[in-house]
Design a protein around this ligand. Structure first.
Ligand code: GLU
Length: 287
């Protein structure tokens, strides 16, 4: 099996040190395995995605010494295939329309709830009893997680990163409490959420290893569930540590001070940047 991994940024802001770390780790792993490194532009959020940020992504990654197959997969060009999968899930009764706004969710969460307590901000299932025929323009599409989990009571994944490599499983009740019913189709426009689109493209691009930050660890279980429901293969996962700021907080897109472009403009070398994020030098990847 050829090792095939990808880096999948959203062009909604500048790439920062955390992205540089993630892309370099994936690239280095592919290189060490004599495999392939792909780039995927996750631009389904058309309200926030900008061509400007997309071209910055290419510039930043080239500067880091990375190379990838072209043409690059841009998700905005494949909306049809995400919708098809979403409708497949809907036909099987896993999807329901949801008209709740953030304020409705906050209000519902502040009322007394039955059953196990949900993690803060987790959607309480207000619209869960609705069927697809009641869908109104502007409704989001959510997955009934408990119902979907009946198809896969034990979610397993093979992890090679984090602290202990091996088979990881999740307690379904814990997933319900921590994630709740996820939005798979956004309300603003007829587009899929990241969670679904990434699953479909990881399969379409025959990704064997997903390398990404540990902030997505829990989302991975949901993605493995979606792979099972859609009959798609499950890659091996490698969740890496996050790059944090001086205060220990995870870097956000708005942390312009840590933007790769800023280091580039200030004359930082790629070797310096690798040291800064604690990665070994790999000179032949950028000479
Ligand atoms: N577009 C996602 C992000 O930037 C990609 C996550 C993933 O690697 O699956 O967080």
């Amino acid at each position: 099996m050829t090792f095939r991994t990808r880096f999948a940024p959203s062009p909604t802001g500048p790439l920062h040190l955390g992205h540089a770390y993630s892309a370099l780790v994936a690239f280095d792993m592919a290189k060490a395995e004599h495999g392939q490194f792909l780039l995927r532009i996750e631009d389904t959020d058309t309200a926030r995605a900008r061509d400007y940020w997309e071209s910055q992504i290419y510039d930043d990654l080239h500067w880091l010494g990375l190379s990838w197959e072209t043409p690059v997969l841009r998700q905005s060009e494949h909306l049809q295939r995400y919708n098809l999968s979403l409708m497949q899930l809907a036909d099987r009764g896993f999807i329901y329309p949801c008209s709740c706004r953030r304020s409705d969710i906050r209000a519902a969460l502040s009322a007394p709830q039955e059953g196990a307590p949900l993690a803060p901000g987790v959607y309480p299932g207000t619209c869960r009893m609705r069927d697809m025929d009641s869908r109104q323009p502007g409704d989001a599409l959510r997955m009934d997680l408990a119902k979907a989990l009946e198809q896969m009571p034990e979610i397993r994944l093979i992890e090679t990163g984090l602290k202990h490599a091996g088979t990881h499983t999740v307690n379904p009740a814990h997933l319900i409490q921590e994630i709740g019913d996820p939005v798979l189709g956004r309300k603003e426009i007829e587009t899929p959420s990241y969670v679904l689109a990434a699953v479909i493209d990881d399969a379409a691009q025959e990704i064997t290893h997903v390398v990404r930050g540990e902030d997505l660890y829990q989302t991975t279980f949901l993605q493995v569930l979606l792979q099972h429901l859609l009959d798609l293969p499950t890659p091996i996962y490698h969740h890496h540590r996050l790059i944090r700021d001086e205060a220990g907080k995870r870097l956000a897109k708005r942390d312009d001070s840590k933007a790769i472009a800023k280091y580039r403009d200030e004359g930082t070398t790629v070797a310096d940047l690798r040291s800064l994020v604690g990665l070994p030098q790999s000179p032949d990847s950028y000479c």
